[in-house]
Design a protein. Structure first.
Length: 382
């Protein structure tokens, strides 16, 4: 067993930290307030190779692993979660790399790490969240085309993406319920496509979220991911497996950033004539927070390493995502508490971290769904 990161991994982590510490603090509060995606920041991150670094070299990426991408995400979220989500502009490229035809890979992957295109994945609908098999968006075959109708809800990058992978019913009458779905790549400049940016999010407000409408959107049949019918459900489950590691790294990053702020604050703030950090009750909180973070990081490192070494374990992935989400929320809460009344105001960034942390317990599968997966893997289907 070897717990050492490779030199390459250490360099990537350090480079990501330096980039985030240099670029995010000056703009984070403003982009959060304006609820705006930081386009220039995203371009810079692409130029430096941080975005989609798991995309293979032949398709324009660096050919690194998902664990390395997660490490970069952790460093970005440590400095600012909203800005950190510039890394999600490749959300869905994992599926293209895994399942698309060579032609689709060469068309849709290279623009992403170069900062020439943004993509997203549209699964959730107004009445279909945790139960993705209850979606209503239909892609009906018509000659050489699909005609798509339906609405997708809460789609990351929805109003800024150049293309989306859309989870549709392609064969609603298939005998096997799980074979009714397809993932279709839809360019957002097609007639009948509409996106409305959603504002008023609690956190990660620099990350774009939109409602998407498809009204008779016509897409060539060749845009079906992998050109194989009936695979959409299985492809989506695979996307969750990979992205839950990325989400776990977000939980660890927001927790680490909140702890960093708390440590600084308790050393400086004086009450009863001494730094509040000298009180044992506060030292215990710091010790607990640091321990939770270590545990959550170790779990996502292991689950991520296993994905990159073809030993993927859905139970471990769900454990990593659930624990990291909980640790993010708990640590951000405690860190704000240590700031007292000052923590309640936007002048101290801990207020933003407190708001940002919650999303990790909701997207990429809620914490309840993660626990369902863990329990099912342990108990089997009862
Ligand atoms: C900021 C943001 C960005 C997002 N980005 C995307 C995106 O890019 N693409 C995309 O497709 N979706 C995206 N989502 C959607 C997200 O994945 C869903 O919100 C999430 O899966 C939960 O679905 P829901 O909101 O419909 O809640 P519901 O599924 O209605 O759940 C409501 C509550 O019931 C619980 N619950 C549901 N079923 C069970 C069960 N069987 N057992 C126990 N508890 C249960 C849930 O855990 C939750 O607490 C995003 C959401 C947000 C907020």
């Amino acid at each position: 067993m070897d717990f050492e990161l490779t030199n390459r991994q250490k360099q990537i982590r350090l480079a990501a930290r330096e980039f985030a510490e240099g670029e995010f603090p000056g703009i984070a509060r403003e982009y959060d307030r304006r609820e705006e995606f930081p386009m220039e920041l995203w371009k810079k991150a692409c130029e430096l190779g941080f975005v989609g670094l798991y995309i293979k070299k032949e398709y324009g990426g660096l050919g690194l692993g998902f664990l390395e991408q997660a490490m970069v995400m952790e460093e970005f979220w440590r400095v600012d979660p909203g800005c950190g989500n510039i890394l999600l502009t490749v959300f869905g490229s994992e599926l293209i790399q895994l399942y698309a035809t060579e032609e689709q890979k060469f068309k849709y992957l290279p623009p992403l790490p170069k900062g020439k295109a943004i993509m997203g994945t549209a699964i959730t609908e107004p009445d279909a969240g945790s139960d993705i098999t209850s979606i209503l968006t239909v892609a009906k075959k018509d000659g050489n085309e699909y005609v798509i109708n339906g609405t997708k809800q809460f789609i990351t990058n929805g109003s800024i993406a150049n293309y989306l992978i859309v989870f549709c019913l392609t064969d609603p009458k298939a005998d096997s319920r799980l074979k009714r779905f397809g993932m279709i790549i839809v360019e957002t400049d097609r007639a009948g496509f509409g996106a409305s940016k959603l504002i008023g999010k609690l956190g990660i407000r620099a990350s774009d979220t939109a409602e998407i409408r498809f009204s008779d959107v016509r897409v060539p049949r060749e845009n079906l991911l992998g050109r194989e019918e009936g695979q959409g459900f299985y492809q989506t489950m695979q996307l969750f497996n990979i992205n839950r590691i990325i989400a776990a790294s977000q939980g660890v990053g927001v927790a680490q950033g909140a702890l960093d702020k708390a440590i600084q604050y308790v050393k400086k703030r004086k009450q009863f004539g001494q730094p509040i950090g000298s009180f044992q009750a506060i030292q215990f909180k710091i010790a607990e927070m640091a321990t939770w973070i270590e545990a959550a990081r170790a779990l996502y490192y292991k689950a991520g390493w296993m994905i990159d070494h073809n030993k993927e374990d859905a139970k471990l992935i769900s454990m990593a995502k659930w624990l990291a989400g909980e640790v993010g929320v708990k640590v951000a809460n405690e860190a704000l508490q240590l700031h007292g009344g000052y923590g309640y105001f936007a002048d101290y960034d801990i207020e933003r971290f407190y708001r940002d942390a919650k999303i990790v317990e909701i997207y990429e599968g809620t914490k309840e769904i993660e626990k369902n997966t863990i329990a099912r893997e342990i108990l089997g289907r009862l």
